[in-house]
Design a protein around this ligand. Structure first.
Ligand code: NDP
Length: 323
């Protein structure tokens, strides 16, 4: 038998139940992993509340983990029993054991511990595609990063600084501002009320070519107003709730802006992309340019407490759940 956190209905943190489940067998092209660490991500909240639809119930939420391959199905050639592996973007994560399509696994370099692997795959690969592909950050670019002290945020700040960008990090408290500055933010803005004026001041009126906005509803309009003409609004999350429908005419009125709502799933759908994005991430972590901050650890059975802290904006950096 295995253990997993399952939900039988959408709702608050209390719907997460720690239950016995039969250990699954890997089918063709699948691998069974004994998980050593599981990553906590905001998307887990969206699946728990129902903002993102569950494919079926009961559902094992969670999209990220690291562990050891303990069995493989027919046709698997990429990984072998005993390999240290990690993954992101495949539901079924909050469990002691899980099966997963083998081509979604990447081998975890020996120098990267399981808890670091589980903390970095989803947030780190997201930072990679946002900075290298959605908008290609160039040296000297001023950029705005929301939730700069969060999981994705701390990685974005460090990586963008490493690329030569000037990072303006937006956070909700002075403590978080200090943390963001310690991880690459050149400037910090606390709260959204003066965001546009602050960005104007910091950039000498030029504004920025890209805003990375993971907050959604509360920040959408202010983020658009931080952009220079032809700027790119990257609306990649909804921590405050989804952005209501917009009249796309505002993109013209505010300077022929670009707007995208990207997802990691698209950017790593092709196996070649998954390999490239994860290899880039392993490189910046191995070089020390990006340090993965695991600032909270919870037993997996206490995932509800982790969700409460994440939604209450009490976490910083990454959070790991230990099976
Ligand atoms: P974070 O660690 O960043 O936690 C969320 C942060 O959002 C909070 O700490 C808080 O920072 C900020 N926030 C602002 N308003 C609210 C609110 N009303 N309720 C809760 N938090 C709020 O989480 P993650 O690093 O896991 O994820 C960051 C974002 O990136 C999420 O929106 C997530 O959905 C998105 N994401 C998108 C991906 C994609 O491919 N599209 C992939 C990965 C993540 P502060 O207190 O400083 O405001």
């Amino acid at each position: 038998m295995s253990k997993a956190i399952r939900i039988h209905a959408n709702g608050g943190p209390e719907v997460m139940k720690w239950e016995d489940i039969p250990t699954p067998d890997p089918g063709p092209n699948e691998a069974l992993i004994k998980q050593e660490a599981v990553g906590l991500n905001y998307i887990d909240v969206y699946f728990r509340t129902g903002l993102y639809k569950a494919p079926s119930m009961p559902l094992i939420i969670g999209q990220e983990g690291a562990g050891v391959v303990t069995a493989i199905g027919s046709g698997v050639t990429d990984v072998a029993v005993g390999d240290r592996v990690a993954y992101a973007g495949s539901l079924g994560g909050y469990a002691t054991h899980r099966v997963i399509p083998a081509d979604r696994l990447v081998k975890l370099p020996d120098a990267i511990a399981f808890n670091t692997g589980a903390a970095m795959m989803l947030q780190g690969m997201t930072a990679q595609y946002l900075l290298r592909r959605t908008y290609h950050v160039n040296p000297g670019d001023p950029i705005v990063v929301h939730a700069a002290a969060g999981g994705v945020g701390l990685i974005l700040c460090q990586w963008a600084k490493h690329l030569g960008a000037t990072v303006i990090g937006v956070v909700s408290s002075e403590e978080k501002a200090e943390l963001a500055r310690a991880h690459g933010a050149h400037h910090t803005v606390v709260g959204y009320s003066s965001l546009v004026a602050d960005v104007k001041k910091i950039t000498g009126g030029a504004m920025v070519p890209v805003v990375y906005d993971s907050i959604g509803k509360d920040t959408f309009m202010a983020s658009l107003d931080c952009l220079a003409p032809l700027g790119m609004m990257v609306c990649y999350g909804n921590a405050s709730g989804p952005v209501p429908p917009v009249d796309i005419g505002i993109l013209a009125a505010k300077g022929s802006l670009f707007l995208t709502r990207p997802s990691l799933a698209t950017y790593t759908a092709k196996v070649a992309d998954l390999r490239k994005v994860s290899a880039d991430l392993f490189d910046v972590v191995a070089s020390g340019a990006v340090k993965i901050q695991v600032n909270q650890t919870y037993p997996l059975k206490d995932a509800a407490a982790a969700h409460i802290a994440l939604e209450a904006r009490k976490t910083t950096g990454s959070t790991v759940l230990v099976p």
